[in-house]
Write a protein that binds this ligand. Sequence first.
Ligand code: TGC
Ligand code: FAD
Length: 396
Amino acid sequence: MPQPKTDPHDIYRIMELFSDEERLIHDSVLDWVKERFLPLIEEHYEAGTFPLELLPELAELGVFGPTLPEKYGCAEASYTAYGLINQALEYGDSGLRSFVSVQSGLVMYPIYAFGSEAQKDRWLPQLASGKAIGCFGLTEPNHGSNPGGMETIATPVEGGYRLNGAKAWITNGCLADVAVIWAKVGDGDSKSIRGFLVEKGTAGFSTAEYKKKLSLRASVTSELFLKDVFVPEENMLPNVQGLKGPLSCLNQARYGIAWGAMGSAMFTFETALRYGLEREQFGRPIAGFQLQQLKLSEMATDIVKGRLVAWRLGQLRNAGEATPVQVSLAKRDNVNTALRIARTARTIMGGMGIMLESHVMRHANNLESVYTYEGTHDIHHLILGEALTGLAAYEG
Ligand code: TGC
Ligand code: FAD
């Protein structure tokens, strides 16, 4: 087989930008993904299940809430390490990264940033160790891109609140021991939005799984129903109010996706390159044809650029200076790049590319969801558009 003349996996020697500790964290997660996760993914993807049997090992790797303090059982690592973890996980499957994104960025983060000491002490160690699973309920059947319009209402009653409403498309909804539910209190203004920790088994709280997804099949997605659900006062997140509460959590998860998408792109690129070197047509490897080299060259270039954007964003985040607009740019563009690369990888693999066993179409299908969740591609264009012009174009 012909041999590459440069390291196709890291042409720009980007791994040298990270500390020894960050590289160690990345390598241990990536090794685990290759050895333990990839052998199981086909079976779970076909069955439409998440490999829950791997949860203790995932927790052992320290991937849940990795930037949070050690006193809660977390790794207290840098945001760069957090990014590299996401990159390694999504090399396996976007559903695996989703599971970890939700647990870390959308459940542990709000409890840590906005919760009471009692809420942190109770939930963070359980979530870090994988003994509890969480989910994040923001989207509703009638309000996706515009969560400020939410209809879920929390009515104050003696000792707490009574929640009524429904949430749609919730990752890990059916699995979760605790759901972070965002609801309007009182007059229905978006400034009244509060976060509530709703525990599995609470009377009036039920879930239903979406069963026929063609994307993220190895991730559980659910509807949540709240009918007169009593939530005690102590289960409300005390330290945030308004839409900025849930939107700040999205910064965490969108940041991880910007890295994760590059992991997916690296997998599909590497798979297509390997195939192109092995597969012969017209008496020579297909990677030797100019048209295929153009594709490989563009894929490799786009991966370098996307990884450098993620790295720079990580530097800004480590310094506490990353803005939501910067996060938006990276989420949108890196996911779009990864989707384009997955589709191109599929074409290089010809008919084989449509097979589950070749993995590239699984990645492409997954990325269709990633393109839409955590703010659609369009919404992220509008966020950058507003920053560039000072004109918000969401309405009218
Ligand atoms: P707007 O008036 O712009 O803002 C309301 C308040 O929020 C503040 N804010 C932010 N704060 C922190 N981080 C951000 N990224 C923020 N964006 C806005 C803002 O400063 C304001 O604060 P204040 O104090 O003045 O009240 O709000 P808007 O209603 O006009 O909406 C703007 C828009 C459209 C950008 C926003 O609604 C949006 O991002 N929509 C997209 C919705 C979305 O991303 N949903 C994701 C749901 S969760 C999910 O998909 C999980 S997938 C998980 C997985 O499996 O990985
Ligand atoms: P809509 O908002 O109805 O948008 C439909 C189309 O209209 C899109 O192309 C959109 O870009 C476009 N559009 C909307 N508004 C505008 C505008 N102003 N200008 C131009 N175009 C516009 N949510 C959670 O809360 N928690 C979760 O854990 C979660 N997990 C998810 C998992 C999966 C697999 C999926 C698919 C979604 C998940 N979501 C979750 C929901 C996700 O965040 C929403 O799907 C997303 O925000 C878009 O909302 P929507 O699907 O209702 O689309």
